[in-house]
Design a protein around this ligand. Structure first.
Ligand SMILES: [Fe+2]
Ligand SMILES: [Fe+2]
Length: 316
């Protein structure tokens, strides 16, 4: 072994020991290139999802039914912007460049969650998104609070606290509507019918079709498989739907006493593939809006850069 090989071997050993001890990898630590790349891709996709996720609900800000609902929705959409910012910062600690990540998003080279390519057609969708979409996000993200990469795990702790408020505001909105008129109840059911399957797809493809999962689990980046998390979400959501008085559009949904879990049908994975490929109802608009916002913000970035340069000059 040459000196460099020996050094490499020791670094890898110390990384493996840190992962095995369930301790945290920090930005200053040596890490395998694959680990760094996987994390940058995952954190960037997550950040993009938070930022793009502002659009479906932002669509209803000017048409909220009351001042109270408007204030709640505005706070929620702002929280999502904050989540995006923490996550871009976490990606930067791995050496990623934020401008480059944004460029990859608006040129379609990096993805965001498929769920945000569905339209929001009624105000009930604000409630359903809070309940089911933020609910699915919580199932996905709570285990990430134990992710092996320190900055990501710490960002997730705050994000999850805020997500649980998002879920509650959604459920509270739906509860209020269910106590209203027949028309409002029908509006809630129609919204749940549209969002149930896309929410299940948020956990990603089935385990046997999720090639990168195994390595991510070994690295402690991911803690549970897609199918485990999906099952957990179904088990959690069914009693909530019963309490609310809505049903899910799945004839196969039934309690299985033997397994101690709900059985449920198979999502339409061909629809998922199409949406991920860019052929969902809203893909083109979501990216166009994000691109326009980025271009409109160019003067702000220029001004901030010029200001920072002058400050540095002044403090020399
Ligand atoms: Fe969020
Ligand atoms: Fe949220």
């Amino acid at each position: 072994m040459t000196d460099t090989q020996l050094q490499q071997f020791e670094l890898q050993q110390s990384f493996d020991a840190t992962i095995a001890a369930e301790a945290r990898i920090e930005p200053r630590d040596w890490m395998p290139e694959g680990y760094r790349k996987t994390l940058i891709r995952q954190i960037a996709q997550h950040a993009h999802s938070e930022i793009i996720g502002m659009q479906p609900e932002g669509n209803w800000l000017t048409r909220a039914p009351s001042l109270r609902r408007k204030a709640i929705l505005m706070a929620k959409v702002q929280d999502e912007a904050g989540h995006g910012l923490y996550l871009y910062s976490a990606a930067e600690t791995l050496g990623a460049d934020r401008a480059d990540l944004t460029d990859k998003l608006i040129s379609g080279r990096q993805k965001y969650s498929s769920i945000f390519n569905y339209p929001t057609l009624t105000y009930a969708d604000v409630g359903t998104i809070g309940w089911l979409v933020d609910g699915a996000a919580i199932c996905n993200q709570v285990p990430l609070c134990r992710s092996s990469f320190g900055p990501y795990a710490r960002a997730m702790i705050r994000v999850c606290k805020e997500e649980s408020f998002h879920q509650r505001q959604g459920y509270e909105l739906l509860t209020t509507m269910m106590g209203g008129t027949d028309e409002q109840r029908a509006m809630v059911q129609e919204s749940v019918d549209r969002f149930w399957w896309p929410a299940l797809m948020m956990f990603g493809p089935p385990d046997d079709r999720s090639p990168n999962s195994e390595q991510s689990m070994a690295w402690g980046i991911k803690r549970h498989s897609n199918d485990e998390l999906r099952q957990k979400f179904v088990d959690m959501s069914v009693p909530q739907a019963e309490a609310l008085g809505v049903s899910f559009p799945d004839p196969d949904l039934a309690w299985n006493a033997e397994r101690g879990h709900y059985d449920f049908g198979e999502p339409d994975w061909s629809e998922f593939t199409e949406v991920v490929k860019g052929n969902g109802a809203m893909n083109v608009e979501r990216i166009a809006v994000r691109r326009a916002a980025h271009e409109d913000g160019a003067w702000v970035r220029d001004a901030a850069t010029a200001f920072a340069a002058r400050e540095q000059e002044n403090h020399r």
